[in-house]
Every structure is written in structure tokens, then in C-alpha cells.
Design a protein. Structure first.
Ligand SMILES: [Zn+2]
Ligand SMILES: [Zn+2]
Length: 247
């Protein structure tokens, strides 16, 4: 189906210029599709490396100063608060596919504020069983919307070869182990890639994807997510080495 016809049908089914996409109130929402009550908290104090919301001053968050990152730089549009959670949950589990469009508008604004140069967008893939169950991959929908709004293609560069546990239920180190070896590249990536996802928690998933893309030939990999979980402030406590878990 032609994209403009598809959009027109979606617009008729889900008129986001009449109803607020969060509370459903029939008032004219802003250009993101939200009413005045339901505004999202923009991520305006972020770590210049991982892009997650941080507290306090300084360029980097407490976690980035200690861990290996394959992602060169990441940015995230909003703070993962209750409103953002509600939107993401509905996109992921409530079949509210039309939410991918307002989300990609936020991402576009975030992207415009960067100095990134890139050849394509890609997305964090789902395992084929999980995708069959849900029927779609929300990260792919967001990335496709972004590609449509820019002149940059969205390429399916990665596949998920390992079924993983739900990252949300795991600790920071558990998340790292859970996604290890979970992804594989499908085709040789272009040199500069932007990986798109809905939420960034510890960054373990994006980082693992970036590792695979770099091994396959990408030289610069950026991460772009709609919402990010704030990072923990600086502490002097030693972090656990990943090798300790492999024993
Ligand atoms: Zn609202
Ligand atoms: Zn950081």
C-alpha cells in the first residue's frame, strides 16, 4: 500500500489532531499529539555519552565513566516517567501502532539537535517468535517513521538469534549477561548507523547491538531512543566486573 494512503487511513482511524494520544480528551493537542495536561518531561539534562537523563552538573553520568561503550553517542528525547511509560506500554502491548508517529516526532527533534552524520537508521530487532506473537516490532515502526520524515533509509541490519528474559526484571549486571550474544548482523552495515529503540534503561541492549554492527564493519554507531531511565548519580562504590559472573 502506498505510504500516503496508509497514513490517511491511519489518520481517519486515529485522528491524533483531535484527541490527545495519552488521555483521549477531545481537544486540539500540540504537534506531538498531546494535550496540555499530558506533556512529557523533556530530557534536557543528559549524559553526553549515553544520553540518559542525569542529575547534577558534569558532562557524563556516573555509569558511563566506568563501562565499555560500543555506542559512540546516544540521545533520548524524554524522561521515562509515568506519561512516557503509558505511551510506550500502549505502543508495545496495546496495539496502539499509531503512537509510533508522535514518538518519532520527538526523536526527530532530538536528532536535529545533534551533529551526527549517518547513512541509515536501523532498529533493535525482536526474536522472530516474539515478533510473531506481538505482530510487529515497535522499534522498527518508530525507525520507519523516522526514515519517512528524513531522506535516510531504515535498514534491517540486525537479527535477534537468542530468546532473552525480559530486561525489565533484571539487575544491571543481569541485563548485560542476558543480551550477550543475542544479536547477529544480517547484512554488512554502512559505516555510520543510528540504532533506534523505544526505551533505554542501562543501555545494555543498544551497546550489544553496536558491538555486533562494529564487528561487521560499521565505524560509528549512534543510539536514539524515545525515553530513558535516569542514571544513578556518581558513587565511589566499586562496580562488579562482568568476568566475575562468568565463573
Ligand atoms: Zn491528554
Ligand atoms: Zn552516561
Amino acid at each position: 500500500m502506498r505510504r500516503d494512503i496508509k497514513n490517511e487511513i491511519l489518520q481517519t482511524l486515529y485522528p491524533d489532531d483531535i484527541k490527545c494520544m495519552v488521555c483521549g480528551d477531545e481537544i486540539r493537542p500540540n504537534r506531538y499529539g498531546l494535550c496540555n495536561k499530558c506533556t512529557l518531561d523533556l530530557n534536557d539534562n543528559y549524559c553526553v555519552r549515553c544520553g540518559r537523563h542525569k542529575v547534577g552538573i558534569g558532562d557524563y553520568c556516573g555509569e558511563c565513566s566506568k563501562s565499555v561503550m560500543y555506542i559512540d553517542e546516544a540521545r533520548s528525547s524524554v524522561v521515562y516517567d509515568d506519561t512516557a511509560k503509558n505511551i510506550v506500554r500502549r505502543l508495545k502491548f496495546g496495539e496502539a501502532l499509531y503512537l509510533a508517529r508522535p514518538i518519532s516526532e520527538y526523536l526527530l527533534d532530538t536528532l536535529i539537535a545533534t551533529d551526527w552524520e549517518f547513512d541509515c537508521f536501523t532498529f533493535v530487532p525482536m526474536h522472530k517468535k516474539a515478533k510473531r506473537k506481538r505482530g510487529y516490532n515497535q522499534a522498527e515502526l518508530i525507525a520507519e517513521n523516522l526514515a519517512e520524515r528524513t531522506t535516510t533509509p531504515c535498514l534491517p541490519l540486525l537479527e535477534k538469534i537468542k530468546e532473552t528474559s525480559n530486561q525489565a526484571r533484571l539487575t544491571r549486571d543481569g541485563r548485560l549477561i542476558n543480551v550477550m550474544g543475542a544479536f547477529e548482523h544480517k547484512v554488512r552495515p554502512p559505516f555510520h548507523v543510528v540504532i533506534v529503540d523505544d526505551v533505554m534503561t542501562t543501555g545494555a541492549t543498544l551497546n550489544e547491538c553496536a558491538k555486533v554492527l562494529k564487528k561487521a564493519g560499521a565505524t560509528v554507531v549512534y543510539g536514539l531512543t524515545f525515553a530513558s531511565v535516569p542514571t544513578r548519580p556518581f558513587t565511589d562504590k566499586p562496580t562488579v566486573n562482568i568476568r566475575d559472573f562468568k565463573k
